[in-house]
Design a protein. Sequence first.
Length: 262
Amino acid sequence: MLIAALVLGVLVGGRLPDLAGVTRGLLRTGVVLLGLQLSVVQLLTLGPGVLLAIVVTVSVTFFGTLLLGRWLRLPRGLCVLVASGFSICGASAIAAVEGRVDREDEHVATSVALVTLYGTLAMVVLPLLDASPQWIGLSVHEVAQVAAAAPAGGLATAMAVKLGRVALLAPIVAGVGGRGAPPVPAFLLGFLASMLVGPLLPTAVLDVAKTATTAVLAAALFGLGTSVRPKALLRTSPRALLLGLLSTVLVCGAGYLSLRVV
């Protein structure tokens, strides 16, 4: 749904007024709502070994992708967006980080497209490799893709591991702030507050919040898409495609090896 909203925005771009201010507000709101899906208790049940594997996988993927992007001579803004999306939670992480780095609108569109493409590839390939629920949760990019890839009997475990990666969104966003940016932006404090409040809310409320999160982020990505010009997007370097492939191999490999070690 998120990539569809982005594509629709690109298609109608240039026919609508500037939506930058509204889009920025929607992105922050979506990230705050995302925190409601996290349960600290659920994460703790994974055990220290799996929690350590989550930290290792996210760290290796994020910093490794930055190094790969530098090696490929890609713009830093694009590299940070790809690193965030591939290591944490796809388009939602990109939405949280995009306002904290110096980037072009095409970089946002490109990184969302890459994380959707390669996340779908991981979603298909890992089950064919008989991957464990923990490995799927550590490796597949989007939350929805994890739900689709995990076996029925291991869905809860895979989702808990994936949400463990989402929890690391807070330090990543705080760490990538550019010069002059507040060390902890207000929307990130809202995200952390949502993590604490979420377990106290009724299931019905959380279900509504989950739907609202998807809708808000979809609207935000539509707004981002309207500022993108297709001709510029089509000029995306093949090196960006290679970065997405290498980052996917990196997150899958780091996830597998970290589980073997711990």
